[in-house]
Design a protein around this ligand. Structure first.
Ligand SMILES: Cc1cc2nc3c(=O)[nH]c(=O)nc-3n(C[C@H](O)[C@H](O)[C@H](O)COP(=O)(O)OP(=O)(O)OC[C@H]3O[C@@H](n4cnc5c(N)ncnc54)[C@H](O)[C@@H]3O)c2cc1C
Ligand code: FES
Length: 624
């Protein structure tokens, strides 16, 4: 393909048409003319391009014929001699070329869902603008490179771009410089994804004043979702940006420091190190803490909650083949931790008050299948029980040795992992005039503004209007949404007035199977409180029924959650990009009804999973 397309370009370029093409020859575009350079070896090519980078900055090549790509199609095509690829997209008759891989964990975007003007990643729902490559929904921080596309007179599609962009496949949006004469200060209290995205978005949106981030944890923001999925993680590998990034962009981070009070009359945040920070704008995004159990002897050693990297490192350092692990809680965090531990210890037992793991999100049938999957992997469940008491080891009185359940049963327990939900980190605001609900969530409008001028709140703690609704709010513990809140807060602080408009997209990975879940929330009810974390977010309330397509047994299916004749959520396993496609569908203002799927169950799907009609033919209707 490469040498063929090169020949075609050369053929159209009279001065170059006699040059014999080899795989080691390539086009470089200097400022105003094309040049073909032949290299004897790849090493020579590298040496030359490294020593004279400015000369070889650009690459241009033919990637296909215009007729090779259809409307609303995405194609992964090689550009140039290295085999690096671009994502070519045709929409509304225009061609666009951007980077190929999601900047979050690298999913190939041509396997994702093309929406109106954006492509959504199939794995966790990040969105990229097809014209600019800019990230528009999250997770992930960086945007994609964007390449120039032309169709020449013979109908060949030529793509031109920077060699470096092609190689790195991601692009940090341009950040403005700090201006020492601008004394406007934005204080960000919190150090999670909402804080990280807000800080860098401020610079990307042209804010030249002071940015100070206050973070209780002793680190820069990191990928918290890994904490329960890969417990032996190293913090250096999971930070969202290295410390040098913040230093280079003059974003001050106070690590290991906590905000302890707020005076909105004089715009001052008090810190645990006795400093006082005066702000012009304040963004509060202090997130959640793990809920501690109110059970006798809960302070014994080796009983852990799982909220941050210190917790996960503490647990993973203690795992060994002779240890018995007890997990309390049937939600995501407990399930993920159990799945991680099972092959590294003597036993894993999960205890929960319910009868089905993850039931509030996925429903009974899917939750039951997940339970069987866990049992097949050697994990034991004990349902409708709680822990009544922790008991110390006989030979080590400070450490847990067993647990007594509410029915009197005793289980050996060398390590206990608690996954029973979370509480919001907003106690430090209780004497301030910031409007909060009883659960500690902060009431904000669709611009993330609190009731106090110039004070914004986002991430887990924000009781914010839900997608598709101005009058229903919820505080949702959700990683992509926290990123998105950071962006929206930054835009509004910069007076680029932007309302919230993102569809919640959840995921979990259990024993190598990735579960996705997209939810729609539009109900004609009065404003009320939904306290929702990743552990218990239901979003849509209880559906009337669940229609499953494909094989639940083989964990290859998708499910429609139906309430009052409307599809209010979709979950999927092994059916990408259906969840991403549904998120786009909702984002664009559509509603899917049961009547429509009864007539043509797959008609609405624009980006179809492979072999849709064959793999997902079987239908079963189950109770929620
Ligand atoms: C183990 C685990 C796994 C998860 N997995 C998933 C998943 O798979 N998918 C998903 O969508 N979501 C997941 N979540 C939820 C997701 O991580 C959160 O919704 C998200 O991190 C919230 O971001 P945030 O910026 O609001 O706050 P956080 O990430 O909680 O960060 C807030 C930070 O502020 C700090 N802070 C608190 N109080 C103060 C103070 N007074 N002063 C200064 N700093 C303070 C905190 O210590 C923390 O560092 C998971 C959460 C956990 C704990
Ligand atoms: S890999 Fe794309 S959103 Fe995570």
């Amino acid at each position: 393909m490469f040498s063929e397309s090169l020949q075609q370009v050369a053929a159209g370029h009279s001065a170059l048409s006699k040059v014999k093409m080899t795989v080691r020859s390539c086009f470089y575009l200097e400022t105003d003319r094309l040049q073909i350079v032949k290299f004897k070896s790849i090493a020579e090519h590298r040496k030359l391009t490294l020593s004279k980078p400015e000369k070889y900055d650009y690459i241009e090549d033919v990637v296909c014929k215009e007729t090779d790509i259809k409307e609303n199609e995405m194609k992964l095509l090689p550009l140039g001699e290295t085999g690096a690829k671009v994502l070519l997209i045709k929409q509304k008759g225009e061609l666009h070329a951007i980077g190929t891989k999601c900047t979050h964990y690298g999913a190939l975007l041509h396997t994702g869902a093309l929406g109106d003007g954006r492509v959504r990643c199939p794995w966790h729902g990040a969105c990229f603008n097809i014209k600019t490559g800019d990230i528009e929904d999250y997770p992930g921080l960086d945007s994609l490179p964007c390449f120039q596309v032309n169709v020449d007179s013979s109908g060949l599609v030529r793509v031109k771009g920077k060699r470096k962009d092609l190689e790195f496949n991601k692009r940090t949006k341009q950040m403005c410089e700090q201006d020492p004469s601008n004394q406007t200060t934005v204080v960000i209290v919190g150090g999670g994804p909402a804080a990280a995205v807000c800080a860098e978005s401020l610079r990307q949106e042209g804010f030249t004043g002071n940015i100070i981030m206050v973070c209780k944890e002793n680190t820069v923001p990191y990928d918290r979702v890994k904490v329960s999925k890969t417990l032996d993680l190293s913090i250096e590998k999971i930070v969202l940006r290295p410390l040098s990034f913040y230093k280079n962009h003059k974003i001050e981070i106070k690590r290991g420091v906590e905000a302890t009070g707020l005076s909105t009359s004089d715009n001052v945040v008090q810190l645990s190190n006795h400093e006082k920070l005066t702000y012009n704008y304040l963004f509060i995004c202090t997130g959640s803490m793990a809920r501690e159990p109110d059970i006798p002897n809960a302070s014994l050693a080796n009983i852990h909650v799982l909220r941050n990297y210190v917790d996960s490192q503490a647990i993973s350092s203690k795992l060994s083949p002779d240890k018995h692990i007890v997990v309390l809680g049937l939600g995501f965090i407990g399930m993920e931790a159990a799945a991680y531990c099972v092959n590294k210890c003597a036993s894993v037992t999960i205890i929960g008050r319910g009868t089905v793991p993850l039931q509030p999100v996925f429903g009974t049938a899917i939750g039951d299948r997940i339970k069987r999957h866990f049992e097949e992997q050697g994990i034991k469940f004990i349902f409708e029980r709680n822990i009544a008491q922790f008991v110390a080891k006989e030979d080590e009185k400070s450490a847990v040795g067993s647990v007594v359940l509410t029915n009197g049963e005793v289980l050996p327990a060398d390590i206990v992992i608690i996954g029973i939900g979370s509480k919001l980190y907003t106690d430090w605001l209780k004497d301030s005039p910031i409007e909060m609900l009883q659960d500690g969530s902060i009431v904000v409008d669709k611009y993330l503004k609190t009731n106090v001028e110039n004070v914004y709140a986002g991430g887990d703690i924000a009781y914010a209007p839900l997608f598709g609704s101005d009058d229903i709010s919820a505080a949702i513990g959700h990683y992509p949404l926290a990123h998105y809140h950071g962006k929206i807060a930054a835009l509004n602080i910069c007076a680029k007035i932007t309302p919230l408009n993102a569809v919640p997209f959840f995921w979990t990975t259990l024993f190598g199977k990735s579960y996705r879940y997209v939810v729609y929330e539009k109900r004609e009810v009065k404003r009320y409180a939904i306290i929702a974390t990743i552990e218990n977010f239901i979003g849509h309330g209880k559906p009337d029924k669940v229609r499953i397509y494909g094989s639940l047994e083989n964990l290859e299916f998708f499910a429609y959650y139906i309430k009052d004749g409307k599809v209010i959520a979709i979950s999927s396993v092994g059916a990408d990009p259906i969840a991403a496609d549904f998120a786009n569908f909702l984002q664009e203002g559509n509603i899917l009804t049961e009547a429509e799927i009864e007539k043509q169950r797959f008609d609405w799907i624009r980006n179809k999973p492979k072999d849709l009609q064959i793999r997902f033919e079987t239908e079963s209707v189950v109770d929620p």
